[in-house]
Design a protein around this ligand. Structure first.
Ligand code: IMP
Length: 194
């Protein structure tokens, strides 16, 4: 059976990614199954971090590696927090801390100034092989949290065309339209050709 390893410890990401890869017949592993050190995400772009995570995981395991790096880009914040989305409120902060900061920074802004997009870059690295793909979803940021599913900024983000936040969707619903799903659809096409 073909093997692939997901270069992440994030259970939410693993769950979202798995459903796209299972139909391809891969035996799916993740960084949680190995003792490989966590990649330092010190690159200045999502693409740089995704490639670094996938490359280091491939080098450590010899298994075809898939890494995702995602950022929330808010137009009125000049596309911040972007590549720094996990550290928006500081080092070692919680999702709650980041959401509180976002609510605070956007407080008082009218709905037409609350536009944002989620952008995911997926990198796939194997023996003599390296490829990145991207998925983007446009939407807006609410003034208060809504919903309990998912992770990260999900309770604040409403994709355009939806009345629900990501956190009010089941994983199946989120997987029909999310930034990660869009990148994964492209990644699946890449993996089919390997
Ligand atoms: P990462 O570096 O790709 O793990 O993502 C950076 C940060 O973006 C995470 O800590 C989350 O706060 C946020 N994030 C990533 N993906 C999602 C998502 O699908 N929904 C909501 N927030 C996300």
């Amino acid at each position: 059976m073909k093997k692939i390893i997901l270069a992440t410890n994030n259970l939410h990401k693993i769950e979202e990614i798995q459903s796209f890869l299972l139909p391809l017949g891969f035996e799916i592993h993740s960084a949680r199954d190995t003792a490989i050190p966590k990649t330092e995400e010190d690159q200045s772009t999502l693409q740089g971090n995704a490639l670094k995570k996938a490359r280091e995981t491939f080098q450590a395991t010899g298994i075809l590696s898939l890494a995702d790096d995602t950022g929330l880009e808010v137009y009125s914040l000049d596309m911040r927090p972007g590549v720094y989305s996990s550290r928006y409120a500081g080092e070692n902060v919680s999702y709650e801390d980041n959401n509180k900061k976002l609510i605070h920074e956007l407080s008082g802004l009218a709905s037409d100034k609350r536009g944002a997009r989620f952008r995911t870059v997926i990198a796939i690295v194997g023996d003599g092989f390296k490829k990145t793909v991207e998925g983007i979803v446009e939407g807006s940021i609410l003034e208060t949290l809504r919903g309990v599913q998912g992770f990260g900024y999900d309770p604040l983000f409403v994709p355009n065309g939806s009345v629900k936040t990501y956190a009010e969707m089941t994983i199946e619903e989120k997987n029909t339209l999310s930034h990660r799903a869009r990148a994964l659809e492209k990644a699946v096409e890449v993996l089919k050709k390997i």
